[in-house]
Design a protein around this ligand. Sequence first.
Ligand code: PLP
Length: 428
Amino acid sequence: SAVAAGRDTAVFDLIAQERQRQTHGLELIASENYVSDQVMEAQGSVLTNKYAEGLPGKRYYGGCEVVDQVEQLAIDRVKELFGVQWANVQPHSGAQANAAVMLACLSPGDKILGFDLSHGGHLTHGSAVNFSGKLYQPSFYGVEKETGLIDWDKVVDTARRERPKMIICGASAYSRDWNYAALRRAADEVGALLLADISHPSGLIAKGLLNSPFEHCHIVTTTTHKTLRGPRGGLIMLGQDFDNPFGLKTPKGEIRPMSALLDSGVFPGTQGGPLEHVIAAKAVAFGEALGEGYTRYVHQVQKNAQALAKEFLNRGYDIISGGTDNHLMLIDLRSKGLTGKLAENTLVQADITINKNMVPFDDKSPFVTSGIRIGSAAVTTRGLVEADMTRIVELIDEALTHHADASRISSVRQQVNEWLQAYPLYQA
Ligand code: PLP
């Protein structure tokens, strides 16, 4: 071809190695999943060559007739999937989606109220090391020490005290459902916009397995690569395209409907050209999610998470809040005398990937942590069911209990590798 060169073995050998790692190991990182062959094919397509600043039908570049249809398909499918009136499928990631929303709706120095990072929140909800904590004035709500649960009355009290311009709900490591109605009452009382970031449970929400944020939250953002099982990316949605009750203005000083404001927050606000190859992959994933197979999948994700939690509890592990409603759980390892770092490093040697995670009221640093986060989205895609979850916990427990014994860890690794041979991932 016109761009042919010798095979870049330096890169492709590494990709082959990573494929092996993903194939042989148990993937329990709550934010990860395996996309389908078709999602991968769309993402690795010629669409990566195309510039398409703007929106379908309103571009700043010629030759967009085809990508216009691709992007419109992604928009139409995601609107059907979540039952929403409006969506922008261009954000390059979840962080970008949140940045676009905040740029569109807030001014520097405005107050925001988010879920504490150290209790399970996300960096983009006001953390000091993130743009959201640098540009805006953050305050936080968290979980109760005794229960590990959010006390909704206390969040309302915090909102009354802080009077933020935006309340953000959603998390990276909260295993329980959200009371969006209570948060909306608080938002209305103090004149705040309510943003739900459903990055983690969006797939379960799409299929009605968890409370819906759309009737209560002004704006909803999500990543597309977690339970939603699409390519890495972000998405902004509006349950209904309401008409800007706070009189927020576009950069040109116009008061426009919320959809127009958010579109401008993405482009030109925080991004240039959209990644149409990724948008094509999003369209494929949304198409898959509209099908029955995906409905069965998310039900199994939830059942598998419950089976994991049950077996961890049987084996004396301390799960924050005592269980899970969604696809993930946070385990406090202090009662087992272990740190998150030690657990992560031990399990990786057994080809089991999880991530260390701060637990609420953690006394250790984010590099060490007292906990681990575990999710069922990827192993469910792999085809594993409840009985397999019991075995997973057994293997994890064996490795953690004998973390200093290299031969036992290596025996766990062999069991994992042999087991997963029966669950092929991608064709070679
Ligand atoms: N929001 C939440 C709640 C998340 O959990 C994540 C990802 O971990 C993000 C946003 C950021 O997504 P990304 O990594 O695609 O920027």
